[in-house]
Design a protein around this ligand. Structure first.
Ligand SMILES: CC(C)(COP(=O)(O)OP(=O)(O)OC[C@H]1O[C@@H](n2cnc3c(N)ncnc32)[C@H](O)[C@@H]1OP(=O)(O)O)[C@@H](O)C(=O)NCCC(=O)NCCS
Length: 166
């Protein structure tokens, strides 16, 4: 498996893979694939990594800037993330997350946030303490990794392409 930054030739594969990965998810609004295209078009797709296996895109993760209390202060959001359905639970997601967090940390970011199932993301080192909120989302699902140990506190918002907080 090769983890590498996306290239223009990957755009279509990323879109299609994201669609396939999210279709079975009950929480999906079906907008994850176009969201990646919108992030790219608006310049907010700061890190976009693919996991390539046998020349095919088997996984993808996106990172974009977020604001906390209206300010972008070195925090980035993880997502969407997708792994080809028949290749899930084999470590591809972990490899993508770890590579992305390493790049973010090396670039001087303060940390990374996401919303999602704590059962999954606690395994990647994400945690929550209720002090970072995102609309009406259960605060336990609003999770973060802080590179310098300083927890994010306040009201989170993702890049414009994500739309308003739920
Ligand atoms: C979420 C997703 C990207 C994880 O990718 P993956 O390649 O299957 O994950 P990995 O095999 O690297 O697993 C990483 C860790 O997460 C855990 N994990 C993965 N899927 C899980 C699930 N559904 N429930 C609980 N834990 C899960 C694994 O057990 C593993 O932990 P461990 O190494 O400590 O055992 C993948 O399942 C996916 O594409 N899902 C559909 C799209 C989606 O839901 N995206 C996220 C939206 S919030």
């Amino acid at each position: 498996m090769l983890i590498r930054p996306e290239e223009p030739r990957d755009h279509k594969s990323i879109h299609q893979l994201t669609k396939r990965a999210f279709v079975p998810m009950s929480f999906s609004d079906g907008k994850e694939a176009p969201l990646i295209d919108m992030l790219r078009d608006s310049g907010d797709l700061r890190i976009s990594l693919v996991a390539e296996i046998g020349g095919k895109v088997a996984g993808h993760v996106a990172f974009s800037p977020v604001t906390i209390d209206g300010k972008h202060d070195g925090w980035f959001g993880l997502g969407p993330i997708s792994v080809e359905p028949e290749l899930q639970k084999q470590g591809i997601g972990r490899a993508l997350v770890e590579a992305g967090l390493k790049l973010l940390e090396e670039s001087g970011a303060r940390g990374c946030v996401l919303t999602g199932d704590p059962a999954i993301y606690s395994r990647f080192g994400f945690r929550s303490d209720g002090r970072l909120t995102y609309g009406r989302t259960d605060p336990r699902e609003v999770q973060w990794v802080a590179f310098n140990g300083e927890a994010p506190i306040g009201v989170l918002n993702f890049a414009a392409a994500f739309g308003p907080a739920p």
